[in-house]
Design a protein around this ligand. Structure first.
Ligand SMILES: NC(=O)c1ccc[n+]([C@@H]2O[C@H](COP(=O)([O-])OP(=O)(O)OC[C@H]3O[C@@H](n4cnc5c(N)ncnc54)[C@H](OP(=O)(O)O)[C@@H]3O)[C@@H](O)[C@H]2O)c1
Length: 349
């Protein structure tokens, strides 16, 4: 299939290019960005920050304005657009009959838009049929979650199914790449931790509740667990970590039962052979000082979830640490996996 990338010059857009240049099903045929970049060869418009060379076939593509007419070669688009412009641009593509797989936050809470993690809530895809962007239903929007809600939801899904989550408290340690480019000023972050990330904490509860919700005909019935989140920026490059504490309606008998529950989780896409699926979804680390972003974020093409330090608490039933690559699993890689699932299920063809 021919794909376009909206916001192709940004940090997430570049990650899309890196993940898609050798993709077996999808070929990049168009790139879109702002007025500042449109009309230029991609190599001149972008400040390439990936640690592999900019692929030749992409370097020479001319960046287009983000309009359906300008990207007339594509079957669907990935969006890594700035949220200040994503609402109108993404809707214009969906209205023109071009599906949008988006990283932006703008449509995540729309009740008809799936907030999709293929291993957690693949059945939510059917919400697409209730969208009315285009008269014949050919244009629609699917979103992927915030880069913290992704590892959190992956970790919680088996535990919530088994024990029923009631209260959750967490502190994140979020990598610099999550702030895009140029991101946080070096003098603010070097040898430092910043205990606030604008707009981040309010996303975590509603996104996690929507993802872990149950599809009920045309809507998602959302669980009512509480989430107290503190989001911090730390000077790691890739890999968002979260220290999580949970209380459940049924207290797990032991740490071992929690480990067995995670190990026994029936990954709903395990048999679909999607190219971006990690070989192993959950890495459960027994070594006390694991997981670590520098050692583990890139494992399994950056698509797996790392969990460690699983232990019983006094007030909370279970404490653990989880970590995943924020711009791959938490952004572009998650969106590519969404597109693969949608293709396999016949929504993209
Ligand atoms: N970084 C992460 O880890 C991460 C994780 C999850 C989700 N996200 C979300 O993904 C999106 C992109 O994030 P990012 O970090 O890649 O941001 P970024 O580096 O600032 O890139 C933003 C992109 O949007 C384009 N853009 C800005 N204004 C535009 C306009 N008026 N018309 C068309 N294009 C316009 C920019 O093009 P120009 O270069 O031409 O200005 C650029 O390509 C955001 O919605 C963000 O919240 C990011």
């Amino acid at each position: 299939m021919n794909v376009g990338i909206l916001g192709a010059t940004g940090a997430v857009g570049q990650k899309f290019i890196r993940l898609l240049v050798q993709h077996p099903w999808f070929t990049i045929t168009a790139l879109g960005a702002s007025e500042r970049s449109a009309g230029k060869p991609y190599a001149n418009a972008v400040n390439w920050i990936e640690d592999v060379p900019l692929p030749d076939q992409i370097a020479h593509l001319t960046v287009k304005h983000c309009t359906p007419d300008a990207l007339d070669t594509v079957d669907f688009v990935f969006s890594g657009l700035d949220p200040s412009v994503a609402t109108n641009i993404e809707a214009s593509f969906a209205k023109a009959g071009i599906p949008v797989i988006s990283n932006a936050k703008n449509y995540r809470q729309d009740p008809k838009v799936p907030l999709l993690i293929p291993e957690v809530n693949p059945d939510h895809i059917s919400l697409i049929s209730h969208q009315d962007f285009s008269h014949d239903g050919s244009g629609w929007i699917v979103t992927n979650p915030n880069c913290v809600a992704v590892p959190l939801s992956l970790a919680l899904k088996p535990l919530h199914d088994q024990f029923g989550l009631e209260n959750l408290s967490m502190t994140t340690l979020q990598a610099l790449s999550g702030a895009g480019y140029p991101g946080v000023p070096s003098l603010d972050i070097l040898a430092n931790v910043i205990p606030f990330i604008s707009g981040e904490e309010p996303k975590i509860a509603p996104e996690t509740q929507k993802i872990l919700g149950t599809l009920n005909a045309t809507q998602i019935d959302q669980p009512s667990f509480t989430v107290d989140a503190t989001c911090t920026r730390v000077h790691t490059l890739n890999g968002h970590m979260a220290a999580v504490s949970c209380r459940f309606s049924t207290k797990p008998n032991s740490v071992e039962q929690v480990i067995q529950t995670l190990k026994a989780y029936p990954n709903p896409i395990a048999d679909l052979d999607l190219p971006t699926s990690p070989a192993q979804l959950y890495h459960l680390h027994e070594q006390q000082n694991y997981p670590q972003p520098r050692l583990h974020a890139d494992r399994d093409k950056g698509m797996s979830l790392h969990i460690g330090r699983i232990r019983e608490g006094d007030f909370f039933h279970i404490n653990f640490v989880c970590m995943a690559h924020n711009t791959i699993r938490g952004a572009a890689g998650g969106a590519v996996l969404n597109a693969e699932l949608l293709h396999k299920k016949g929504y993209l063809n």
